[in-house]
Design a protein around this ligand. Structure first.
Ligand SMILES: Nc1ncnc2c1ncn2[C@@H]1O[C@H](COP(=O)(O)OP(=O)(O)OP(=O)(O)O)[C@@H](O)[C@H]1O
Length: 260
């Protein structure tokens, strides 16, 4: 496909009637969604609803079968490889499984967030430019872990590891953060802390966050807006403030009954 110019003035994220399937099975069906700058969106839905698939479409890890995705003004389906790489560098991704190197320190893991922009491989904290090291420590400070910077990641708790992963993402200076079940393997207290940190960063830096979550209570407590998927369809899109967990469950049940 031909290269398209980036669109200026778009919302951070715009999905228009997006459809995606795998091996003949529809996973996302006509999903439309605009996310403005600085908004924290919780993406909820039962297992298999298509949440991860949606997040992967946003950064071009998957391409839509129909409809269009615009991320930061770019259409990933129409990007060259180098332009897609540049787009992904502007989009932070936080995963359920942290993706850290356990034998390396928290600081070195954060520094690895800059590898996409550095030409040479790096070995050890001191091989990174000083300015980057300073920024990495600042980001660890923001997630409350500056004092743990020299600790090996495999000796940190799950919640601490996820906070290191958030700091690593911040070193990328992302304009959008996608978080795929970032608290699914954490205990309740650590989950709340990680989400509070993501929310604070979103509010302070004006970064949009789209975060998939299983726990509706956490979604309601954290997000500005809740978007629910069920069977690949968007069944709810409302400000979190006006919602209750009971109402969310009700909508789910009604959508489920409609699906048959
Ligand atoms: N690369 C793929 N190849 C084939 N099927 C896939 C692929 N990725 C996702 N699927 C299927 O698409 C459906 C939706 O998966 P997805 O991971 O997006 O759901 P989810 O809402 O994130 O679920 P969970 O909450 O369990 O992570 C599932 O049935 C899954 O098996």
């Amino acid at each position: 496909m031909a290269e398209e110019p980036a669109v200026i003035g778009d919302p951070v994220l715009r999905l228009s009637e997006v459809g995606k399937g795998f091996h003949g099975t529809t996973v996302l069906d006509g999903v439309s969604l605009d996310v403005p700058q600085g908004q924290f969106v919780a993406l909820v839905g039962p297992s298999g609803a298509g949440k991860s698939t949606l997040l992967r479409l946003v950064n071009g890890m998957h391409l839509p079968d129909s409809g269009t995705v615009r991320t930061l003004g770019e259409n990933p389906a129409a990007c060259s490889r180098s332009r897609l790489r540049a787009l992904r560098a502007r989009v932070g991704f936080v995963f359920q499984q942290f993706g850290l190197v356990g034998r390396l320190s928290a600081l070195e893991n954060v520094l690895m967030g800059s590898l996409a922009t550095l030409r040479l491989p790096r070995y050890g904290v001191m091989s990174y430019p000083r300015a980057l090291r300073i920024r990495a420590v600042e980001h660890l400070d923001r997630v409350g872990l500056a004092d743990r910077r020299f600790q090996r990641c495999d000796t940190l708790s799950g919640g601490q590891q996820q906070r290191v992963a958030v700091a690593r993402t911040l070193l990328q200076s992302p304009e959008l953060i996608l978080a795929d079940e970032p608290v699914a393997s954490l205990d309740p207290a650590a989950s709340v802390l990680v989400l509070e940190i993501l929310k604070r960063i979103s509010a302070e830096d004006g970064i949009s966050v789209v975060c998939s979550l299983h726990q509706m209570e956490l979604a309601l407590a954290t997000a500005d807006r809740v978007v629910a998927l069920r069977g690949g369809r968007l069944v709810l899109d409302e400000p979190a403030a006006g919602l209750t967990a009971e109402r969310l469950r009700e909508i789910y049940d009604t959508a489920g009954a409609r699906d048959g």
